[in-house]
Design a protein around this ligand. Structure first.
Ligand SMILES: [Zn+2]
Ligand SMILES: [Zn+2]
Length: 363
């Protein structure tokens, strides 16, 4: 009996840990809205029907990494450890590290060091962690959502810089095609994290119910509340209404990047605003406005779709900004120029810089 209970508890724990962010439909919607916000002069290869399908499919990628990880079957623990906390930030934890949103370090591992230092200096602040519920060793952490967003933003800048160098300095058709695929990949995957950042339960310690003794407003304590908000509510009420959402999308705007921390700070601000909606979300739940009965959930739907729209807008602006602010990759340009010069010296007839490298090797 005891072992049976343990299996049940373990299964339940796994469910809680693996609960997705917005479900695939929600993340898909966020990336779709971000695409709709882009200007017509955004690089055309990213706006073809095939590219749109790819980018929206990738909105679900970081959740797919979690499908086989963690306590469910004991596989993929390293992946769960390194990528699981990227989906959230339990903002209330910061005070335990003597940090505020404004003093959060923009570097992920500096934040980890801050956590370690606080845990050593003030063990009394941190409840003991049950090893049985911590097989991927993420419970010591509080999440890395704003870091995941800013790191992916810089990856996208790097991808655009690579493409620009290849286009300018004689990259082959294959190289250019690959660089374009990389851009679509990073655009899609980073969309997942920007999507997570508008789900209030991804910005709070109360992520699976108001699980604390301090609950004077008697908010819901059910751990299934998270899955309800991530997607069950929409599944039971006819899905996300893209026909209503897409017309609300406004053009993406270039964000300020003069300060090297600017995108990280913008991501933190977005998560803080999300956290401020945690209580309103629990209030909606308490007053039955997130119910699937009849039209009772209309206000809840408005609220949740509004959150997804916010993510779609931020994501579009991040993509636009990464494209417009990508630095020039002078190192790659020099390498390409040297390659072209060497090819011309070895074979003066082959002066076409766009000639594929593999063809040159055969000559
Ligand atoms: Zn979630
Ligand atoms: Zn997520």
């Amino acid at each position: 009996m005891q072992s049976k209970l343990f299996v049940l508890a373990a299964a339940f724990g796994a469910f809680v840990l693996n609960a997705a962010a917005w479900d695939y439909e929600g993340h898909h919607a966020v990336n779709e809205m971000a695409l709709a916000s882009l200007p017509a002069n955004f690089p055309a290869f990213a706006l073809t029907p095939e590219a749109r399908t790819r980018i929206t499919f990738l909105a679900g990628e970081p959740d797919r990494w979690r499908n086989v990880t963690s306590t469910r079957n004991g596989t993929g623990l390293a992946l769960g450890h390194c990528s699981g906390p990227d989906h959230y930030l339990d903002l209330e934890d910061l005070k335990d590290y003597d940090l505020t949103p404004e003093t959060l370090p923009p570097f992920r591992y500096v934040f980890v060091a801050d956590i370690v230092k606080a845990r050593l200096a003030h063990p009394e602040r941190f409840p003991e962690i049950d090893p049985a519920k911590n097989s991927d060793h993420t419970r010591e952490l509080s999440g890395f959502l704003p870091w995941a967003i800013s790191e992916n933003f810089q990856k996208l800048q790097s991808c655009f810089a690579t493409l620009a160098a290849l286009e300018k300095a004689g990259g082959t058709a294959d190289e250019i095609a690959n660089a374009r695929q990389d851009i679509l990949y990073v655009m899609g995957v980073m969309g997942h994290y920007v999507g997570d950042a508008s789900q209030p339960l991804h910005a709070t310690m109360y992520h699976h119910g108001w699980t604390t003794n301090n609950n004077p407003n008697h908010y819901g304590t059910s751990p299934t509340f998270h899955a309800w908000i991530d997607g069950t509510f929409f599944k039971k009420t006819g899905g996300i209404d893209m026909g209503r959402l897409l017309p609300k999308v406004v053009p993406a705007e270039k964000m300020a990047t003069e300060n090297p921390d600017a995108i990280f700070r913008a991501a933190v601000k977005f998560v803080v605003e999300d956290n401020q909606l945690v209580e309103p979300l629990y209030q909606l739940d308490k007053s039955g406005k997130l119910s699937n009965k009849g039209n009772a959930g209309a206000e809840g739907r408005e609220f949740l779709e509004g959150r997804m729209l916010k993510s779609g807008q931020l994501l579009g602006s991040l993509w636009l900004t990464a494209w417009q602010t990508a630095p020039e990759d002078t190192f790659l340009e020099r390498e390409l120029q040297q390659r072209a010069a060497a090819a011309a010296t070895n074979n003066p007839a082959a002066t076409t810089p766009a000639q594929p490298a593999n063809l040159r090797l055969k000559e």
